[in-house]
Design a protein around this ligand. Sequence first.
Ligand code: NAG
Ligand code: NAG
Ligand code: NAG
Ligand code: NAG
Ligand code: NAG
Length: 350
Amino acid sequence: MKKSRLLLSFLCAVPLCLLNVWSGGFQTHTAVSPITISSWSNGGRNVTILLWFWPFGRSMSLKGDVCWDLYSIPRCRLVDQRSLFPEADVVVFHNRELVQGRQKLPFNLSRPQGQRWAWMSLEAPVPEGNLSQFAHFFNMTITYRRDADVTVPYGEVLPKVDEGVEDFPQNKSALVCWVISNYRSQHKRSQVYRNLSETISVKVYGRWTKKHLTSRALIPTISRCYFYLAFENSDSKDYITEKLWRNAYQGGAVPVVLGPGVDDYKAVAPPKSFIHVDEFASVKELGEYLQQLAEDKKRYREYFRWKHEWRVKLYTDWRERLCRICSQYDSLPSHRVYPDLEAWVNAVST
Ligand SMILES: *[C@@H]1O[C@H](CO)[C@@H](O)[C@H](O)[C@H]1NC(C)=O
Ligand SMILES: *[C@@H]1O[C@H](CO)[C@@H](O)[C@H](O)[C@H]1NC(C)=O
Ligand SMILES: *[C@@H]1O[C@H](CO)[C@@H](O)[C@H](O)[C@H]1NC(C)=O
Ligand SMILES: *[C@@H]1O[C@H](CO)[C@@H](O)[C@H](O)[C@H]1NC(C)=O
Ligand SMILES: *[C@@H]1O[C@H](CO)[C@@H](O)[C@H](O)[C@H]1NC(C)=O
């Protein structure tokens, strides 16, 4: 049993490393860096990850060997029983509940030698979330940022294995679509929308216009649009959410993006798979460009060429994100403390 698992874990190392050598910028992703088996061995023992409380209070089953059974990540023990604190190699704390004061760090327990405390968040930093009270406590960060110790993006592209022919999206009935629930007129994305709709027609869905879309209707609706406004609600470094990875890419509409800077998108998304608002001198020019592109089938089609080589993988399950800690465990710095988490979290997009 043990032997066959070892063999399997060896076989899994190559596809897994595709998943994990992800931080280097889009161009480098195509080349798989050499990986030694020892870096997958976790020193030959299980790594125990203790989740101190579930994000947003929604727990999931951890029965069986979750990381192996669901994600083929070997020797990774994911637990949520606090009594296992003394055995845990990594204890994970989700940011939201900490900043809201609904959960506390276990200062009453003595931290075993070598145990790491991990700060985890998938949300963009919010001004009211003051993290200065957490200075000097955390040894690692788990978030969507490329410079986190464990990067857990909302999605990523992986090389396509089979050369399946990608359907070119047909049957478009709207030029530009936007789905917005929380409209604030002072947000930059709202200004861009208003200016854009002076040049071209933008179809708006969501709570704001009382044209609510059910989750089942979302992707089919987007698929009928040439362009989808994947506007993030924050311009925080690397904050690129399912608006790009799922809504636009799966919907087969070309994403027009706004959020972090162009370089952050270029680092993770395939070339010619998106259009960034900042690439245009004015929103009017952007509008004219979109109009022309929709009228020119050949040029429009170029924005789907990447789908021949790449497929999108979405991350939606906290367990998968937590299991990824094990894949990267051996490359974590042996000693690290975040002396000023507040400053790290609020670092600006470059
Ligand atoms: C330590 O504090 C945590 C909450 O922060 C609590 O769940 C746990 O029971 C406490 N343990 C002891 C030994 O006091
Ligand atoms: C955060 O809280 C600390 C005190 O805990 C305070 O000194 C600091 O000014 C606050 N920072 C912000 C940005 O509110
Ligand atoms: C095209 O879209 C319309 C609605 O806009 C829909 O009724 C029709 O079934 C679609 N046709 C195809 C081939 O998807
Ligand atoms: C929108 O247009 C107004 C008026 O032309 C301009 O002042 C403003 O800077 C534009 N905003 C954006 C985000 O393009
Ligand atoms: C983790 O951080 C604490 C300070 O909060 C420090 O004492 C400890 O040495 C660090 N451990 C590692 C493995 O970096």
